[in-house]
Design a protein around this ligand. Structure first.
Ligand SMILES: Cc1cc2nc3c(=O)[nH]c(=O)nc-3n(C[C@H](O)[C@H](O)[C@H](O)COP(=O)(O)OP(=O)(O)OC[C@H]3O[C@@H](n4cnc5c(N)ncnc54)[C@H](O)[C@@H]3O)c2cc1C
Length: 395
C-alpha cells in the first residue's frame, strides 16, 4: 500500500500532523519506534494555548493538577504570585497524554505502527521509500516528527547536526510527595530565576510528586549539574521539602529563536525536530501541535491544488510568521532574566512580569508586550529595587 503521508514519531507533533491529515481525507501512517504508551522526559505542563490547539477536550482523568496561577521567584526565594480563578494549564503524565493524542489520530483514520523504527529512506519517482524495522513503506510525503535527535533531519540532509547554541539542556527530578507541603500551592506553577546564565528553574505539582528542574543552554551545560544540585538543596530547605536520595535526569531540547531550514523536497520537519521550543519557558508542546496541524493543512492544500512544490515554502512561511518573532523575543527574555543579579530583583517588585507569563500561557499576550513593559517601566523598576534594598515597603 502507498500512503499519502508517513509520519515519523508519535509525540504531540506527529499525532497532530497525523490526525489533521487524516481528518482532511489523506491516508496516513505513523511510525513510532517505541511501544505506545511510551515514556517521554518532560515537566508535563500543558498551557491553555496548547489545549486550545486541540480540536477535542482532554479527559479529566488525564489531568494530574489544574494550574490556575504562576509564581515567579528570585534567587533569594522572594516571589510574586498571580493566581486567577481560571485554569491556565494542566500538569499531565506525558506517556498518557501522548498516547491519548495518538489514539485521536487513530480514531481520525491514521494507521499507527508502534515498536517500528525508521532506519532509512530515499526519494524515488516522486515517492518516499522508507526502510523500517518492520519492513518497507511507501508514501508521497514524509513528516519528521521524531524529536530533538531527528533521524529524518539527518537522512534528508536538512540538518546533519545541531550547533551548540541551538540546544537547551534540562536537568530534573521527580520528588515523591507523601503529604502536602504547606509552602507550595499545587495550583501554582513556580518559575525560579537561577543564578546561572540562560537558566530558569521550575517546580510543577503533579498528583503524587513534584517535578523540579532547571533549563539552561548547551553553551553552559558543563557546570549545570552542580548548579542544579545546589539550587535544589536551597529550594528544599526554603520550602521544608524532605530531600532524600533522588535521581537526576538530563536531556537536551532545541532552543527556538533561530531561523532554520525545516523542509527538503517532500520531507518536512515539525515540533522538536524543527527546533520549535520557546527558549525562556521550554514550552514545546504547543508548537509541536501547531506545526503538526500546519503541515497537514499545507500537504492537503498542495495536493488539492496540484502545487506540490509549494508545500515546503508555504509551511515554512506559516511557521515562521506565526512563531519566529515570539521565539526571538523569548530568547531575549531568557538572556535578560536568566543572567545576573540585578534583573532577578525585578521579579519581586514588579508583578507585571508574572502577569505577562500568565498571558503567554493563555495566549492573551506575548513576550513583545512583556519586553515593551520592561522598557517603559525600567526607571520605575530600578527605583523599586533600590527602595527595596534600603528598606522601603516591598510589594
Ligand atoms: C525535561 C523537559 C521538560 C519539558 N517540559 C515541558 C513542559 O512542561 N511543557 C511543554 O510544553 N514542553 C516541555 N518540554 C518540551 C516538550 O517535551 C517537547 O517540545 C515536545 O515533546 C515535542 O514534541 P514532538 O512530538 O516534536 O517530539 P517528541 O515528543 O520527542 O516525540 C518524538 C517521537 O519520535 C519517536 N522517534 C524518534 N526517532 C524515531 C525513529 N527513528 N523511528 C520512529 N520513531 C522515532 C520517539 O520515540 C518519540 O516518541 C520539555 C522538554 C524536556 C526535555
Amino acid at each position: 500500500m502507498e500512503y499519502d503521508v508517513a509520519v515519523i514519531g508519535a509525540g504531540p507533533a506527529g499525532a497532530s500532523a497525523a490526525r489533521n491529515a487524516a481528518l482532511k481525507g489523506l491516508s496516513v501512517v505513523v511510525i513510532e519506534k517505541q511501544a505506545v504508551p511510551r515514556m517521554k522526559p518532560c515537566a508535563g505542563l500543558i498551557s491553555n494555548k496548547a489545549l486550545q490547539e486541540l480540536d477535542f477536550d482532554l479527559p479529566e482523568e488525564l489531568t494530574a493538577q489544574k494550574i490556575k496561577g504562576v509564581k515567579l521567584v528570585d534567587r533569594d526565594f522572594h516571589g510574586f504570585t498571580e493566581k486567577t480563578s481560571r485554569v491556565i494549564g494542566r500538569t499531565v503524565k506525558r506517556s498518557e497524554f501522548d498516547a491519548y493524542l495518538t489514539e485521536k489520530a487513530r480514531e481520525a483514520g491514521a494507521e499507527v505502527k508502534d515498536s517500528t523504527r525508521l532506519i532509512n529512506f530515499r526519494e524515488e519517482n516522486q515517492r518516499i521509500l522508507l526502510d523500517t524495522s518492520q519492513g518497507q513503506i511507501k508514501a508521497r510525503f514524509l513528516v519528521g516528527a521524531d524529536g530533538v535527535y531527528s533521524r529524518t533531519a539527518k537522512i534528508s540532509g536538512i540538518r546533519k547536526k545541531w550547533k551548540r547554541w541551538d540546544l537547551g539542556f534540562t536537568l530534573y527530578t521527580d520528588l515523591p510527595l507523601e503529604e502536602p507541603v504547606e509552602s507550595i500551592d499545587p495550583e501554582v506553577a513556580e518559575l525560579h530565576c537561577v543564578s546561572y546564565p540562560f537558566s530558569l528553574g521550575w517546580l510543577f505539582h503533579h498528583e503524587s510528586y513534584l517535578n523540579i528542574g532547571i533549563g539552561t543552554s548547551k553553551l553552559v551545560d558543563k557546570k549545570s549539574i552542580k548548579v542544579f544540585h545546589q539550587w535544589l538543596d536551597r529550594l528544599c530547605q526554603q520550602k521544608n521539602i524532605p530531600l532524600g536520595e533522588y535521581k537526576t535526569q538530563g536531556y537536551y531540547l532545541p532552543a527556538g529563536g533561530f531561523k532554520r531550514t525545516i523542509t527538503g523536497g517532500r520531507v518536512y520537519l515539525v515540533g522538536d525536530a524543527a527546533g520549535f521550543v520557546d527558549s525562556f519557558s521550554g514550552e514545546g508542546i504547543y508548537f509541536a501541535l501547531k506545526s503538526g496541524r500546519f503541515i497537514a493543512e499545507e500537504i492537503a492544500r498542495g495536493m488539492e491544488q496540484n502545487r506540490i512544490e509549494q508545500i515546503g515554502l508555504r509551511y515554512t512561511n506559516k511557521c515562521y510568521q506565526d512563531f519566529l518573532k515570539e521565539f526571538r523575543l523569548s530568547l531575549a527574555v531568557a538572556i535578560f532574566l536568566g543572567k545576573k543579579v540585578v534583573p532577578f530583583q525585578f521579579v519581586r517588585y514588579n508583578p507585571f512580569l508574572v502577569h505577562s507569563i500568565v498571558n503567554i500561557m493563555e495566549n492573551t499576550g506575548g513576550y513583545g508586550t512583556m519586553l515593551k513593559e520592561i522598557g517603559l517601566k525600567f526607571p520605575q523598576m530600578v527605583t523599586r529595587v533600590a527602595q527595596g534594598k534600603f528598606g522601603a515597603q516591598k510589594l
